[in-house]
Design a protein around this ligand. Sequence first.
Ligand code: PEP
Ligand code: MN
Length: 355
Amino acid sequence: MIITIRDEANSEERAQLMAHICRLTGNQRPITTTLMSSGEVIALDSNVVDVEAHTLLTQQSAVATIHSLKTPYQLASRIFQQSNTSVLIGDGHACTPVTIGGVNAMPIIMSGPCAVESKEQLLSTAHAVKKAGAQVLRGGAFKPRTSPYQFQGLGIEGLKMLAEAREETGLPVITEVMEPGMVETVAHYADVLQIGTRNAQNFPLLMAAGRNSYKRPVLLKRGLSATIEEWLLAAEYIIAAGNPNVILCERGIRSYDPMTRNVLDLTCVPLLHQLTHLPIIVDPSHSTGRRELVPTMSRAAIAAEADGLIIETHLDPDTALCDGKQSITPAQLTKIVYETQIIANMLKEEVESVA
Ligand code: PEP
Ligand code: MN
């Protein structure tokens, strides 16, 4: 159930509404409002609202409308919001902002190394991916490695290098945050908070990212073996905590065949466009684990109408400290950007000729 608050509601009317909601939900989680395109909203589990409570809520002067939805995720649902969410990246830092999602938008390319390895490596890669046509720089400062003996990332030093790379190139930056206590620090330096596959159901982290005081957008990767519903409910945690700017990222799911690192589920792209208004991007690097497959799967993702790509690029992939096998070179990235633009333009022309 989604309650939309009247724009004109005063603080007293709001306080009264909150008091009713707190009582109904038994204070299970902090009540946060989210500013969606339709206005300020609060979502509740409709099971806690019987007919009597529903009537009481409808009568509150702070309430504009009440929507009852049958989907488990609510604020993320296309039924609640028909228009696509477009997410602004890079607002609040000196850089060239980009928007992802929306109507007829060109796909956004995010690229950079898996991990920030050194200042020199990051700056030269940042310039190279910019020249190749990427609009957002990626780079992990905190790396969630499967083994505790692998390179764990440069931490806060890596965040500072990302900020410097943004200053030099004008590219907004995206980097992973692994723990709730680090959300504010990462949000201070970065333009987008990435929540990785291993943390895709870390609920305290999702809520902390939703509450980040810098209002940074969140890129939510699909959990290692998450169903689409689990993934959308994870997105719902972020939105319900106050942050409507969520980008979904398909990065492959676990399967039985070790021939590829994961299985890239491209079916989820058109399906998610039906189910949700959130933008969806594809990560052909982690999903395949093989650099020679990245160009083809990038083209396929854009043909499937993904809103963008996140691709690992390294100047010398064979010496990368992390994920070298799936990293491409800037020259390969240039070609991918060119090819995906052709595909995106073709799709756009098709839409325009039918309209
Ligand atoms: C990454 O982007 O480098 C990463 C660790 O991704 P994932 O969480 O999809 O494995
Ligand atoms: Mn990686």
